[in-house]
Design a protein around this ligand. Structure first.
Ligand code: UT7
Length: 361
C-alpha cells in the first residue's frame, strides 16, 4: 500500500481532527431520468406543484442491474481513479446507507469484495445525515492513525422503499451514490497540525428524539420481521410526515450550523462552499435565510437528482469539486438531517493530495 507521510496530522485537544485530505471523489447515477411529467402519468400531481414545493424537476431511478451495491462500487472506482490509488491501498471502507444492497452482509463488505480489497468494511445508518456522520467517523479513523486511507461512500436506492402510489414521497426521492477517498494520519512525532491543516475543523452530531416517528419504514426489522401480512399492509414503505420534518429540519439545521461555526471560531463569511442535504430547495432557502450563508456559495443538485438521502451531500460536493469550486484551504460546510431525526454538520478544510509525500512500499 502507499505510505503517506510528511504532513502533520493529529487530533486536537477539542477532539476535532485535522491533517486529512480528500484525495479523490466520484459519483454514480442510474441511467434512467424520471421527470415530473413522467410522474403525472400515474400520480395525481403536477410539475408546477413539485417544482414549487420542492425545487425538484427530475430524479434518477434505478433500472435492472442497478442498486446500492453496484452504484457504490462505481462511485468508489471513480474516486480511487481520481486519487490515483488502488483498492488494495484502502484500509477501511464506510458506506453510509439506509437502503443497503442486502440485510446481510453490509454493503461495505460487498463493495470490498467487488473491489478486491481486504480493507475493513462497515455500513453506517444515519439516514439522510449519514454522509456527515460517516465523514466524521472516517476522518477520525484516519486522523488517529487507525487507518491511513479510507473510502467513504454515500449511497441510497430510495426507490426500494418508496411507495410508488404515495405522491407525498414518490415525487421527492431519487437514487444515486458518491464516494470520497480520505488520506492522511498522525505524523511520527504526534505533532499538532499546523494552522489551516486540511480535514475536519469542527462538527456537530445531534438528534431530535421528539421527531423519531416522523420518518419510518415500519416493518422489515427485528420488531416486525417481513411477513406476508407486512407486505400486504405496505409496511416496508417509507412513511413521512413531511410538513413536520420540514419544520424541525430547518430549526435543527440552523442550530447545528451555528454551533459548528462557533466551535471553529468562524462566521458564515468564512465558508467558501455550503453543501446542504438536498431534501427540498425551500428547506435550503430557509436555512440560508436564518443563518446568513450565501446562496451563491451553496451547492445545489435538488432540481436534477431530488433527495438521494445519504448520497445527496457527497453528490453535490463531488460536482462542486469537479467544477473547481473548492480550492485548497477553503472551508466547506456540510449539513445533513433525516430520519431519527438525526442531524449532522461538518466544517471541513479542503486540502490537496500533493500536500502528502506518496511513497510506494
Ligand atoms: O431527507 C430528509 C427528510 N425529508 C424531508 O426533508 C422532507 C421535508 N418536507 C418537505 O419537503 C415538504 O413538507 C413536502 C415537499 C414533503 C410537502 O410540501 P408542503 O408544502 O409541506 O406540503 P404539505 O405536505 O403541507 O401538503 C400540501 C398539500 C396537501 O393537500 P391539502 O391537504 O392542502 O389539500 C397535500 O395532500 O399538497 C398535497 N400534496 C400534493 N399535491 C400534489 C402532497 N403531495 C403532493 C403532490 N402533488 N406530489
Amino acid at each position: 500500500m502507499s505510505l503517506l507521510t510528511a504532513a502533520a496530522h493529529s487530533t486536537e485537544a477539542d477532539g476535532s481532527a485535522a491533517g486529512v485530505t480528500v484525495a479523490g471523489w466520484g459519483t454514480a447515477l442510474p441511467a434512467r431520468r424520471v421527470t415530473n411529467h413522467d410522474l403525472t402519468q400515474h400520480l395525481e400531481t403536477s410539475d408546477a406543484w413539485i417544482v414549487d414545493r420542492s425545487g425538484i424537476r427530475e430524479r434518477r431511478w434505478v433500472g435492472p442491474g442497478e442498486s446500492t451495491g453496484p452504484l457504490s462500487v462505481a462511485a468508489a472506482r471513480a474516486a480511487l481513479a481520481r486519487a490515483g490509488l488502488a483498492a488494495t491501498d484502502l484500509d477501511v471502507i464506510v458506506v453510509a446507507t439506509t437502503t443497503p444492497e442486502k440485510p446481510l452482509p453490509s454493503t461495505a463488505a460487498l463493495v470490498a469484495a467487488e473491489l478486491g480489497t481486504t480493507a475493513g468494511a462497515f455500513d453506517l445508518n444515519a439516514a439522510c445525515a449519514g454522509f456527515v456522520y460517516s465523514l466524521a467517523t472516517a476522518s477520525a479513523l484516519v486522523s488517529s492513525g487507525v487507518a491511513r486511507t479510507a473510502l467513504l461512500v454515500g449511497a441510497d436506492t430510495m426507490t426500494s422503499i418508496i411507495d410508488p402510489g404515495d405522491r407525498a414521497t414518490a415525487v421527492l426521492f431519487g437514487d444515486g451514490a458518491a464516494a470520497l477517498v480520505l488520506t492522511g494520519g498522525p505524523d511520527d512525532l504526534g505533532q499538532p497540525p499546523p494552522p489551516g491543516a486540511p480535514g475536519l475543523v469542527a462538527s456537530d452530531l445531534v438528534g431530535d428524539p421528539a421527531g423519531v416517528d416522523l420518518l419510518v419504514v415500519p416493518a422489515g426489522g427485528s420488531a416486525r420481521p417481513a411477513s406476508a401480512a407486512t407486505v400486504a399492509a405496505g409496511d416496508h414503505y417509507l412513511r413521512m410526515d413531511g410538513r413536520e420534518v420540514f419544520r424541525r429540519a430547518v430549526r435543527a439545521a440552523e442550530a447545528s450550523i451555528v454551533r459548528t461555526l462557533a466551535r471553529a471560531g468562524c462566521t458564515v463569511d468564512d465558508v467558501a462552499l455550503f453543501v446542504p442535504h438536498q431534501a427540498n430547495a425551500r428547506i435550503t432557502d430557509a436555512v440560508l435565510a436564518r443563518t446568513g450563508l450565501a446562496a451563491d456559495r451553496t451547492s445545489s443538485t435538488i432540481d436534477r437528482y431530488g433527495n438521494t438521502s445519504a448520497a445527496s451531500i457527497p453528490l453535490a460536493l463531488a460536482e462542486a469539486a469537479s467544477a473547481g469550486t473548492v480550492a485548497p484551504g477553503d472551508l466547506v460546510l456540510m449539513c445533513g438531517f433525516g430520519a431519527g431525526l438525526t442531524v449532522g454538520t461538518a466544517l471541513w478544510r479542503w486540502g490537496t493530495p500533493t500536500q502528502f509525500d506518496k511513497e510506494a512500499t
